[in-house]
Write a protein that binds this ligand. Sequence first.
Ligand SMILES: C[S@@+](CC[C@H](N)C(=O)[O-])C[C@H]1O[C@@H](n2cnc3c(N)ncnc32)[C@H](O)[C@@H]1O
Length: 412
Amino acid sequence: MSTLPGQNVQVLRVGHKGDGETAEGMFVPFTLAGEEVAISTGEDGSYAVEVVKPSPDRVKPACRHFGTCGACQLQHMAPRAYLDWKREQVIIALAQRGLDGIQVEPTIAIAPGTRRRAVLSARRIRERVVIGFQERGGHFINDMQECPVLHPLLMALVPKLQLALEPELPERGQAELALTLTDSGVDAAFGIPGAKLDREQRARLAILADRLRFARLTVNEELVHQSAPPMMAWGRGQVALPPASFLQATREAEVVMQGHVTADVGKARKVADLFSGCGAFTLPLAEAHAVSAFDSEEGAIAALSQALRGMQGIKPATAERRDLFRRPLLKHELDAFDAVVIDPPRAGARAQAEQLAKSKVARIAAVSCNPATFSRDARILVDGGYRLRVVRPIDQFLWSAHVELTALFERD
Ligand SMILES: C[S@@+](CC[C@H](N)C(=O)[O-])C[C@H]1O[C@@H](n2cnc3c(N)ncnc32)[C@H](O)[C@@H]1O
């Protein structure tokens, strides 16, 4: 490894994917704006980065795995600078669509140790099972000893799963472990390629699930154990989550979003909840508004309908399966609502935004996990006569480059 002359570079900014960006257009991971870094290249094409002049915003990362584990990218940035960077990403995405001068609030921080769902990888290497997130840029699994992002109840499962999965994985055998912390316990979904799931293995896995007090375990989408339906309470409603259903990554961010959505629909009598999932917004809203929920997932809509049927004294509420990319609610359907909640997946909701732009809906409470598609759709709404009143970044995806946000649009 040698440092080539002239290889010191200046980092101008941290780009939207979380890597430092130089004037030469190089992306240098784990660097910060204003830093000078020396890049040494090895004969095998590998390279190492040494920070020659660190930024005053550089801090000691919270986790020993930072730099190796592929899950976190921004632990080396001081908290204030980090939250400002997330806000800046929203402002940049809006400006790229010509939406300048929008009120973008300071990023709302979400505490470490609150991530309630994670997909971990497991691989048996000789006598041990290694469990963790994928390493950065590689095919290896980070042998996770700690994770300041995960909820402690999920982190506590890791060493137990390492032992319990030993008999289930052959040498170099792999598994994917999706863990979700629900109100009634952990909902685990394992993917074990090639597992035959004969009676013996199913029985062993059921015992494992029982010992680890899982509410439910599915393996390769087959139900292996259920001590209690995995439940979530939203408002006065209780939903039994179907396997693999969407759930916001942290309860803390979800509560913030519920607060914003409730405030943003205001006194609307009739509300449409588009991309409702299992009803994290529908159920609290149904206490004060007539709500029509729409989502493409059959399981989510069935679970939400059942939860609505079990609620006493709410306003009229329905849940309907509908693909809103292919069949968005049309202008004449939208005009029946006073407010719309919209929380699409990362791809955004272009077709739905185009219909909303033609509608008379007075208020739109938007939620998004992707500032780029949010801004694209916001442009459509603004061109249709909506005013984008406020955008509020939320740090739901701690120490990653992802930004969650809520926003309010109003018809002038
Ligand atoms: C970001 S989640 C929001 C879910 C819910 N609002 C919540 O907070 O739990 C996006 C939702 O969009 C749904 N979805 C994805 N593609 C869709 C489509 N083409 N039409 C309707 N819903 C879709 C997913 O099933 C998922 O429930």
